[in-house]
Design a protein around this ligand. Sequence first.
Ligand code: GMT
Length: 379
Amino acid sequence: MKVGITCYPTYGGSGIVATELGLELANRGHDVHFITYANPIRLDPGIPRIHYHEVEVSNYPLFQYPPYCLALASRMAEVAECYSLDLLHVHYAIPHSIAALLAQQMLAPLRRLPFITTLHGTDITLVGSDRSYFPITKFSIEQSDGITGISEFIRQRTAEVFGVDRVLVIPNFVNVETYKPDPEKSGARRLSPNAEKLLIHLSNFRPVKRVLDCVHILARVLRSVPAHLLMVGDGPDRGPAEVLARKLGVQDRISFLGKQDHVERLIPLAHVLLMPSEVEAFGLVALEAMACGVPPIGTSAGGVGELITNGVDGFMEAVGDVDAQAARAVQLLTDDRLHRRIAAAARQTAVSRFSADSIIPLYERYYEQICGATLTTSP
Ligand code: GMT
């Protein structure tokens, strides 16, 4: 098939899922056209059957806010026509599904162009629920030819908040050949100068991620066991986290690494992943860690329980309970047998339930269903 994919190309779970999906589809023989304002991260140039079409938003003094959605819709319609796309698949409702709807209408005199919207989390739980975006989010979801959500949690929230009950759940996935354990943890020395065991946190440092909790957890862990925390990513709460680290006197035990392109090389070096989020529709980073045999300590919020089985392949504690999360980290850092058991089960969960090989065919089948339905209902 010829598929147009639109996502936020920056650091963030939905963009990563969209990019990995495109790569997997191309690997399976499909033609994939990314239509985005920048080259998606994790997308190296020169990959067969992957094409990139940049959306240029030209500014004009009259525009206080350059109309990205309109430039995106124009580009989608243009690419769909030039490359005979079978469908558009947009990740994150706002503004991508509205742009897809416009592109669909622009092409309507020529032919039908179906589009699928994949809901990832904050597009429903935060942005879409905001009063200013609620009506347009609801409309764009209702107008989508197909809707998928990355967890049962997101399916239920979409039904509750928007009254839309036709969301198909296709869970997130991980490439288990790229994300794999490093039993030697050979590069860890470089990152923890005194050979302490490593904790890792990766996110966009937005308030929903509760990154300050990571610092509190580390301070508690250090009371029992030497450790070093890698903070990967950047965003609004990085500064406050750095300030807190100094206040708690743990600044030498934390490395703020900023945005990193090859997290598959970093994660396997850690012993534990911290994901203390307020809410996660899925928690892709926990899945990536599990594939690397790194036990996650998450919060029992949102869809995390659909991924982590508490006490089996990771741990979940209440949101904000930094004492409990620190206690779990200490257990994992000091009890090698427990660590080995949870690490092996985590890898097993990633391979058996969430590997790209098992999830991508679900998207392919849905594409066929949506395009088939479109063919039979086209005028
Ligand atoms: O929260 C983020 O990291 C960004 C956000 C996004 O849309 O890019 O992530 C959401 O999508 C990810 C991929 O499907 C999920 O794994 C995250 O759980 C989800 N984030 C939230 O629900 C807060």
